[in-house]
Design a protein around this ligand. Structure first.
Ligand code: SF4
Ligand code: SF4
Length: 136
């Protein structure tokens, strides 16, 4: 159990860029495409041609050289203000919230997750995160 629990105690991004490798596919919805295209001042069709690819699960951001096409030097995101929901939600994904083993797996990949936080701490921090981001 982590003492003095708040979101930053459980998770603090180190900007290593590992979660932007897009291994599971950075899925995008039409409104997200619209927002990212607008941010980059591109017509949606051109945005999709350059930055979106088809997958069995639906459209997703293109992965180039093993990372999301929008990952910049220093682990920064080129579309940060309007990045897809899945990127804003990480690491508080449903799979990690319901399965303690998934959280332990994520701790080995994400240096931003406190290795000492319990699953209960993580779920509580996710509640804070959802409230702060107004996604509940
Ligand atoms: S893997 Fe974790 S620490 Fe690295 S950029 Fe992603 S969220 Fe941040
Ligand atoms: S959109 Fe941004 S945050 Fe999401 S995977 Fe790409 S670079 Fe990372």
């Amino acid at each position: 159990m982590v003492v003095n629990l708040d979101k930053s105690t459980v998770f603090q991004c180190r900007q290593c860029g590992d979660c932007c490798a897009g291994r599971g596919g950075i899925m995008v919805k039409p409104d997200e495409v619209e927002a990212m295209a607008a941010l980059l001042s591109l017509p949606e069709a051109e945005f999709c041609r350059r930055f979106v690819e088809a997958s069995a699960l639906g459209p997703r951001l293109t992965v180039a050289d093993g990372v999301c096409v929008f990952l910049m030097a220093g682990g920064l995101c080129r579309v940060h203000p309007v990045k897809p929901f899945i990127c804003r939600q990480w690491p508080f994904l449903p799979a990690l919230l319901v399965d303690p083993d998934e959280l332990e797996n994520a701790k080995t990949a994400c240096p931003g997750l406190n290795p000492d936080c319990s699953h209960g701490d993580f779920v509580e921090a996710a509640r804070h995160h959802a409230r702060d981001k107004n996604i509940v």
